[in-house]
Design a protein around this ligand. Structure first.
Ligand SMILES: [Ca+2]
Ligand SMILES: [Ca+2]
Ligand SMILES: [Ca+2]
Length: 137
């Protein structure tokens, strides 16, 4: 009797353990993967054209150099380098993203508060060469 109760308890623990693992596996695809053509929470999106139009790509971390990043979604600008080529932006994060006209945080600096979106001003339109966020990533 006692041992059968123990077995049931163990079986329940195993089932819960399996459920826990399943939940983790299910949650994984929802986490932000950068440069995957999905505008995930926390990411910064750069579009080839104004008005959040045409091809774009998504960034989750700082990028010291945008010359080796390309617009990845279908549309005009697809597969072109992002460097000096973005005209609009979307901040999908609850923190500020910074943009720079030079590589490695040089040149003119612009800051885009949480959830901002819009077209770059003439200073930054087709000039952004690096990006940075202040969440220590
Ligand atoms: Ca993404
Ligand atoms: Ca890069
Ligand atoms: Ca530039």
């Amino acid at each position: 009797m006692k041992s059968s109760t123990l077995r049931r308890t163990l079986a329940t623990a195993v089932a819960l353990g399996a459920l826990g693992t399943g939940s983790l596996v299910t949650a994984a695809p929802a986490s932000a993967a950068m440069k995957d053509g999905r505008a995930d929470f926390g990411e910064f999106i750069l579009h080839y054209s104004a008005g959040l139009d045409e091809s774009w790509t998504d960034f989750a971390w700082d990028e010291d150099y945008l010359f080796n990043d390309r617009f990845i979604t279908p549309g005009s600008g697809y597969n072109q380098a992002v460097d000096n080529n973005a005209e609009s932006y979307l901040n999908r994060a609850d923190f500020t993203w910074y943009v720079y006209t030079g590589a490695v945080h040089t040149g003119n600096e612009g800051w885009l508060p949480d959830y901002y979106l819009g077209d770059f001003s003439s200073t930054f339109k087709n000039q952004v060469s690096s990006i940075y966020n202040n969440d220590a990533n």
